[in-house]
Design a protein around this ligand. Structure first.
Ligand code: NDP
Length: 451
């Protein structure tokens, strides 16, 4: 007879903490999911007996490696690289690569864990993974970045493959870095295959991949507002970040009739009371991506705006908020301030931008609050579509892909309703997303037995 593991949540979390010392981000991500899953599995003996949650919270493998490269002055530099392959129950591992000095094993384990549920929610056959390095691309020359990417791929290539693990971009990794890494993969293996997504259009990339995360987050937000008979017309939006996700979320808000008040980076935020329109968004894209500039320079170009150094934008009153920069950038007090100022809806473009206290504040206030694993899944969804196009050796048209993205975001919203509708007009999107994602992965794992 099976020995079931009917421990309570605090005991389960004690075990997670003990097995993952000094990994606070990973523990936080597991806690957020376990809070909902414990209730869901309480009457399901199979999930208990097979220890499914415990198994999903133990990555299949964590590969850590040295990355040596030479800077422009001929100095030898040493960084650490990782690939975390969390779970491939429903498809090849899939998840981005992050280059940022804050990258640690804990950060990548939390991201790979979250990715497992997010990818399941898209309805596409993708498992969960994540990778990266503590390499800081800021201030590096293009040739230094190329040499780093080549060295990183010289180790990574043996762990990935079109049917094994398909990385993409994330913070600090855009089209340029994907190009350098794909070039090195191809050179080493002599194999032109869909081993990375976010590729250039000329060499196997998909239309709308660049826009998909930000656009998808706003489609999800529009779905949430529609449950209360509202839309984005005339709504004010506060957005953090000024990278890929933030600028495309801003673009879609503007297209749907909203007014964007803020953007930010790690130096602080800008507040433009006139609204950040398409022309200004284009300026930010060029300034941050091509000129590698700082957001504070926005006020020189648009003098009616103000720059607030060292702060996040959550004290600016708004109707909707989209945290699109990084993890734990919206804390409990920020959540209280947003609600006090009348914010009706929060859709996360970043991964785990709201800390656990903030999540609890949003849930208690019963506002429309979407966790990143639901609302930012548009990027990986179009990555999944890029994989399909690569397998078929064809490219779909932009309007076909736009429609697929919209449908996928509507499908994720529907899954959240299935498991998150609490009655009385309140939908707990965190619970809905956690349970819908978990169930799909868990049922596949049950079919495989103890492996
Ligand atoms: P980018 O590198 O394009 O932009 C990141 C933005 O966040 C920059 O404005 C950056 O500011 C800011 N930022 C990064 N780290 C910090 C920090 N520690 N404190 C304050 N600001 C910070 O990345 P993306 O836009 O691609 O990613 C943003 C978020 O969205 C991440 O959480 C990522 O995991 C998530 N995401 C991205 C997807 C994608 O398709 N790209 C898919 C799903 C989720 P600065 O310039 O100062 O560094």
């Amino acid at each position: 007879m099976a020995v079931s593991d009917h421990v309570d949540l605090p005991t389960f979390m004690e075990g997670v903490k003990k097995r993952n010392p000094h990994q606070p981000e990973f523990v936080q991500a597991v806690q957020e999911v376990a809070e909902d899953i414990f209730e869901f599995i309480q009457d399901n003996e199979d999930y208990h007996a097979q220890q499914i949650l415990r198994r999903i919270a133990e990555p299949d493998r964590v590969v850590s490696f040295r990355v040596c490269w030479e800077d422009d002055n001929g100095n030898v530099r040493v960084q650490r690289g990782w690939r975390v392959q969390n779970n491939n129950a429903i498809g090849p591992y899939k998840g981005g690569i992050r280059f940022h000095p804050s990258v640690t094993e804990s950060v990548l384990k939390f991201l790979a864990f979250e990715q497992t549920f997010k990818n399941a929610l898209t309805g596409l056959p993708m498992g969960g993974g994540k990778g990266g390095s503590n390499f800081n691309p800021k201030g590096k020359s293009v040739r230094e970045i190329m040499r780093f990417c080549q060295s990183f791929m010289t180790e990574l290539y043996r762990h990935i493959g079109a049917d094994i693990d398909v990385p993409a971009g994330d913070i600090g990794v855009g089209g340029r870095e994907i190009g350098f890494m794909f070039g090195q993969y191809k050179r080493i293996t002599n194999n032109f295959t869909g081993v990375l997504t976010g590729k250039g259009l000329e060499w196997g990339g998909s239309l709308i991949r660049t826009e998909a995360t930000g656009y998808g987050a706003v489609y999800f937000l529009a779905n949430m507002l529609a449950t209360r008979g509202e839309d984005l017309t005339g709504k004010t939006a506060v957005i953090s970040g000024s990278g890929n996700v933030a600028t495309h979320a801003a673009e879609k808000i503007v297209q749907l009739g909203g007014k964007v008040l803020t953007l930010s980076d790690s130096g602080g935020y800008i507040h433009d009371p006139d609204g950040i329109d398409q022309e200004k968004i284009d300026w930010v894209k060029t300034h941050k991506t091509h000129r590698r500039g700082r957001i504070e320079e926005y006020v020189a170009a648009y003098p009616k705006a103000t720059f607030v150094a060292g702060k996040t934008p959550w004290s600016v009153p708004c109707d909707v908020a989209l945290p699109c920069a990084t993890q734990n950038e919206l804390l409990g007090d920020d959540a209280r301030t947003l609600i006090a100022n009348g914010c009706q809806a929060v859709a996360e473009g970043a991964n785990m931008p709201t800390d656990l206290e903030g999540v609890h504040v949003f849930k208690a206030a019963r506002i429309l609050y979407a966790p990143g694993k639901a609302s930012n899944a548009g990027g990986v969804a179009v990555s999944g579509l890029e994989m399909s196009q690569n397998s078929e050796r064809r490219s779909w048209k932009e309007d076909e892909l736009q429609q697929m993205l919209k449908d996928i975001m509507a499908g994720i919203h529907k899954s959240c309703l299935t498991f998150g509708d609490q009655g009385g007009g309140y939908i707990d999107y965190v619970k809905g997303a956690n349970i819908a994602g978990f169930k799909k992965v868990a049922d596949a794992m049950l079919a495989f037995g103890v492996v």
